[in-house]
Design a protein around this ligand. Structure first.
Ligand code: SDX
Length: 428
């Protein structure tokens, strides 16, 4: 296959190198374009055809429905690994040995305290505040209590910032939920596993001993693994571009949380349940909502369907759909919206509108059904996504900084007014 591409413009032919990745993806490296062409650039709204970086963290093939973290198939990781192992492998490149994992967890536990003054910031929010807004603010506030911005050339400082974030983020997420439920904040228990401790901080009752429910923890662990990274999605690209200005890790992650909040991205898991509930309230009339999703005059979209990259089944959706049946069965829960979701999926997968546009269920379509079965409030669904995505964001930020990527600063094509004379207000 060619290792060069030629662009001809204004009678001038310009050659560009074609780079090939380890999974044979190819890209035209156009970094000399503007100089060689006398100022011509490219434009690609939403970056549908534009790569921002080379990365060794996650590989996905949207046509084949393949997803791998550090070369490991998502199906293997979801079934055989636990979330902390996956977090370690995303951040440091290899699955940890037993000793490495034990030290990693011990280092995280040593940092799991959150400064008491952070509570004053949390107290300032109304109960009505959305937990994603609270979490973004508290994550940014962590900087004030951990002022050393990361000297990325110091492996020790980078490691310290990473374990601090992995330790404190779950505390802040659990606090955001307990604030909303007017429950006393919980500090966790370092004798528990990472995901067990998260669940304890979210759900422990102040007047009862916390008991680990294996089925619940295993379901939560699997969901966190499935959300852990997804190459250059909207929120990860946000984390990278904020970090490219050499803003600190906490500030970059805070920005990523805000990007994830959007209903077209991580906020979709909340929007899916709200949509399924609306269909249930509407007598389960899925055909009406399918028609709305296809009506260009109607802004309604079938939430949890479609994906920028997957033009086949999102492999995570396949795993979550099976897990939803398992978890509801183990917990003895009948959830009518699960049947509505399956009915909607069946209809969409045989409807030309969705088939022609290759719109399949994505990671958000079924995840909310499990979160709900675990007793997680719907406004916390996207926070659960953020908890899963945290190691991926960290890994991508670390890779971007260690590779000394340049500050992100896209070009534009100006379409505004040409030069005109200023007019005094009396003449306007
Ligand atoms: C996540 O990028 C990632 O990796 C994200 C993520 C991750 O792990 O980080 O996977 C997580 O964000 C999953 C996506 C969650 N969002 C939703 O479920 C919201 C509903 N989905 C859509 O809004 C949409 O599918 C996107 C945003 C996910 C993708 O949008 P694209 O790639 O920009 O596609 P598009 O808007 O150009 O749509 C192409 C066509 C359009 O119709 P036409 O103009 O060709 O006639 O498909 C239509 C769209 O109108 N379409 C839908 C639809 N999604 C796309 N029509 C109805 N319902 C939908 N859900």
């Amino acid at each position: 296959m060619a290792d060069k591409a030629t662009l001809t413009i204004d009678g001038q032919s310009i050659e560009f190198p074609v780079i090939t990745g380890s999974e044979n993806e190819r890209a035209i490296n156009i970094k000399t374009l503007r100089g060689a062409s006398g100022g011509v650039t490219t434009i690609d709204p939403g970056y549908k055809n534009t790569g921002s970086c080379e990365s060794a963290i996650t590989f996905l093939d949207g046509e084949k429905g393949i997803l791998r973290y550090r070369g490991y198939a998502i199906e293997d990781l979801a079934e055989k690994a636990d979330f902390l192992e996956v977090a370690y492998s995303l951040i440091f490149g290899e699955l940890p040995t037993a000793d490495q994992l034990e030290k990693f967890h011990a280092d995280i536990k040593a940092e799991s305290h959150v400064d008491e003054d952070m509570k004053k910031i949390l107290d300032g929010f109304p109960k009505s505040a959305h937990p994603m807004g609270v979490l973004s603010a508290l994550t940014s506030a962590l900087i004030a209590f951990n002022p050393n911005t990361v000297n990325v050339d110091s492996e020790e400082e980078m490691y310290s910032a990473i374990v601090k974030l992995l330790a404190k983020f779950p505390v802040l997420a659990a606090w955001a939920m307990r604030k909303k439920k007017s429950q006393p904040l919980d500090y966790g228990d370092n004798s528990l596993g990472y995901v067990e401790n998260l669940h304890k901080m979210m759900f422990a009752k102040p007047n009862e001993e916390y008991k680990v429910d294996r089925a619940v923890i295993d379901a939560l662990d699997k969901l966190l693994i499935l959300h852990a990274d997804h190459e250059q999605n909207c929120s990860t690209s946000t984390v990278r571009i904020v970090g490219s200005s050499h803003a600190g890790l906490f500030a970059s992650i805070s920005a990523g949380i805000s990007a994830l909040w959007g209903p077209l991205h991580g906020g979709a898991n909340q929007a899916v349940i709200e949509m399924l509930e609306a269909i249930k309230e509407d007598g389960g009339d899925t055909k009406k909502y399918m028609a709305k999703a296809k009506d260009k005059a109607d802004p309604f979209r079938l939430m949890g369907f479609g994906h920028r990259v997957y033009k086949n089944f999102d492999p995570r959706a396949r795993i979550i759909k099976v897990a939803a049946d398992d978890v509801l069965g183990q917990l003895g829960i009948e959830d009518p919206v699960l049947e509505i979701a399956k009915g909607l999926e069946k209809e969409a997968l045989s409807d030309p509108y969705f088939v022609d546009r290759k719109l399949y269920p994505n990671v958000d379509f079924y995840s909310g059904i499990i979160y709900r079965a675990l007793g997680i409030p719907v406004e916390m669904f996207t926070v659960m996504f953020a908890l899963g995505r945290l190691p991926g964001w960290i890994a991508q930020w670390k890779e971007m900084r260690e590779r000394k990527e340049p500050i992100g600063r896209p070009r534009q094509i100006y379409i505004g007014e040409n030069l005109r004379d200023f007019k005094a207000v009396s003449d306007r």
